[in-house]
Design a protein around this ligand. Sequence first.
Ligand code: COI
Length: 355
Amino acid sequence: MTKETLQNITVEKNKNSKIGEVDFDNLVFGSVFTDHMFVCDYHDGQWQDPQVIPYQPLTLDPSARVFHYGQAVFEGMKAYRDDEDQVWLFRPDENFNRINKSCERLAMPEFPENYFYEGLKTLLELDKDWIKKGFGNSLYIRPFVIATQAGVMASPSNAYKFIIICSPAQAYYGGEVRVKIADHYSRAASGGFGFAKAAGNYAGQFYPTNLAKEDGFQQVIWTDANTHEYLEEAGTMNVFFRIDDTLVTCPISDRILDGVTRKSVIDVARDMGINVEVRPVKVKEIIEAANDGRLKEIFGSGTAAVITPVLGFGYKGDKWELPKQDSTYAQQIKKRIMDIQYNKAEDKFGWRYKV
Ligand code: COI
């Protein structure tokens, strides 16, 4: 192992790269990781010792708070390689701000901006060969923070690890996606932490999503916990509905993730001249529009999912299939966003960040 210090970051290079063993044409999302990881520890009241080290298991005390109280938050970002071999991030400032909002809500310390960007840059410099060219290829970047203090007292930890791992990625959903609209289970409640990218928000969805899978759906669209009358988000994506030629999505709230792709979709769609309404969306309205033939599309947006068309939905035992379209809003908006991400088009919004 060789050690060197790049600005603030200590680097220990991996001498045994696994890259030659990876089939980059057949990646299962989130199953292969690059050669290095970024790690920074919080103790004695500050973040310290930022390092990039070979990807490796962690050693933690079994009583560490993260295992018992789920004090854990994460982010999802992507790096893209353009045709000239330059590497880009997409709106990383949004992820940086959001992880700190998530940290605040879970009583975890904010992470410093210079460590975040320097850590990312150092890691991507070392693992840049894992970012493959071509539309649809990317490197999924997973920053996360866990509470490491030993002891099962139900109180915030005084020690944390901030870690970034990276995984070469293609599509998140391999096949067709149909969704079940929730009428019993809930993802988040008002005053809760649905807006945070907290690990527990995802674990709580696994059981109801498994039930939905038994009925032939890949995802659940969550509805408001009080009445189940309003559509909110799908667990891995925000959701958009095209009624006639208007795109409708619900406003963000303390129950809903403020998705980076969601806000990009809204801006790009408006820039394309599409009428976008950000307002509460009733389940009843969507069912009536589907019955009248006015519901033309549903799609989800997210970093991992990018823009994923939803082909049909179910509600209380009934099922609807959406009409097949030649040129969908989902395809058109996805192309515009990916053209920016892959440096194929002008970035009029200033979203690209060169690494
Ligand atoms: C992302 O899109 O980055 C997410 O965090 C969703 C995750 C469940 C894959």
